[in-house]
Write a protein that binds this ligand. Structure first.
Ligand SMILES: NC(=O)c1ccc[n+]([C@@H]2O[C@H](COP(=O)([O-])OP(=O)(O)OC[C@H]3O[C@@H](n4cnc5c(N)ncnc54)[C@H](O)[C@@H]3O)[C@@H](O)[C@H]2O)c1
Length: 340
């Protein structure tokens, strides 16, 4: 079995990718400092896969830890999820975000070079597009000035990869620009674990559905969209996980130096009110929500052009918006019985 290191593998997207890697015949190895995840994720993973996935607890900025992992395992590739991701907090504590998100990539790349590991998949974000001038947004669409230090770290990390590949380093890298990941593993053994008040829509919806939050506020209903609420491209986290497996497999057929990037979305935009309706349908209950003013910094509408990832990686999303909301809801119900 080929070993794939997943940094931040106990987190939301990393844990689902661990499952997809096992299903595809890879051996994932996790490194995570649990700064934004819980250790019982590992139990969830073993319930789903029947395996005990090796996990190193520690910080990816810790060079000696990475060197220990690289010397203990022959790695085919690395998927680098580890990062801080709270957009709002990044505006309050920019150095925390620049420090973790950028230096962890640099230390990882240096370690990969030292140990001759060439293949890297990096977690980027559609946030690099800002409000694009044309929709759906293509990979060739120019990036906009980042709206937050978090978004800027994603741009800078993409640039680091480009420069490293240009330098003729032995690196074959793919940046995946995720749109809006939602949903959970259909078993409800793993899912998203937002700390505190969720800043993403779907965890707020499911927590409101359960009464943990009193009411959901829809930020604006006067945008230039079909029902006036913002439009996003919501992708099931298992479809997103599968894109990482495709990317890692694709890199094995490429010779370093190599770099490419792909959008990972469904190719369809849905409004906030459509998400609420889908939730009400799958949960068979009305959601308590109100319309509020626009939230500063929100992009009006964005969804992905997925032609490139379909053509090059043969990747196709399988889950619908309702599937995603159903899995998120079941995960929320499971969490309420067994809190993390
Ligand atoms: N969830 C989204 O909406 C979204 C959208 C676009 C891009 N991304 C990116 O995808 C990646 C994964 O996101 P997620 O939603 O799974 O986030 P997450 O917070 O659930 O997972 C990240 C994991 O990395 C760990 N971590 C953070 N810094 C670390 C460090 N220095 N060393 C070791 N572990 C560390 C955290 O404990 C956590 O388990 C991130 O890079 C994020 O920026 C996420």
């Amino acid at each position: 079995m080929e070993n794939i290191l997943i940094t931040g593998g106990a987190g939301y997207i990393g844990s689902h990718t661990a499952v997809a890697l096992v299903e595809a015949g890879y051996q994932p190895i996790i490194v995570d400092d649990f700064s934004n995840s819980e250790k019982n994720v590992l139990e969830g993973l073993s319930k789903i896969t029947g395996l005990s996935i090796p996990c190193y607890e520690g910080d990816c900025n810790d060079r000696s830890l990475l060197e220990k992992i690289f010397s203990e395992h022959a790695l085919t590739g690395v998927i680098h999820f580890a990062a801080y991701k709270a957009v709002g907090e990044s505006t309050q504590k920019p150095l925390k975000y620049y420090g973790n998100n950028i230096f962890s990539l640099v230390v990882l790349l240096e370690t990969m070079e030292k140990f001759g590991v060439e293949n890297l998949v990096f977690s980027s974000s559609c946030t690099v597009y800002g409000q694009p001038d044309e929709l759906p947004v293509k990979e060739s669409t120019p990036r906009k000035v980042a709206e937050s230090p978090y978004g800027n770290t994603k741009k800078i990390c993409e640039d680091i990869l480009v420069d490293q590949v240009k330098s003729e380093a032995k690196l074959a890298a793919i940046a995946l620009r995720y749109f809006n990941p939602i949903g959970a593993h259909p078993s409800s053994h793993i899912g998203e674990l937002p700390l505190g008040v969720p800043s993403n829509l779907v965890p707020f919806v499911t927590q409101t559905g359960l009464g943990i939050r009193k009411e959901l506020t829809v930020f604006g209903d006067d945008y230039n969209t079909p029902d006036g609420s913002c439009v996003r491209d919501y992708i099931h986290v298992m479809d997103l996980a599968e894109a990482h497996v495709k990317a890692i497999s694709y890199l094995r057929g490429k010779n370093a130096p190599f770099y490419d990037l792909f959008n990972v979305g469904t190719g369809t935009g849905n409004t906030v009110l459509e998400v609420i309706q889908a939730f009400e349908k799958v949960s068979k209950q009305a959601l308590n929500y109100k319309i509020g003013p626009r939230r500063p910094g929100d992009v009006e509408k964005v969804w992905a052009d997925t032609e490139k990832i379909t053509r090059e990686l043969d990747w196709h999303p399988k889950y619908t918006l309702e599937d995603s909301l159903r899995d998120s809801w079941n995960w929320q119900l499971a969490l309420s019985k067994n809190p993390a």
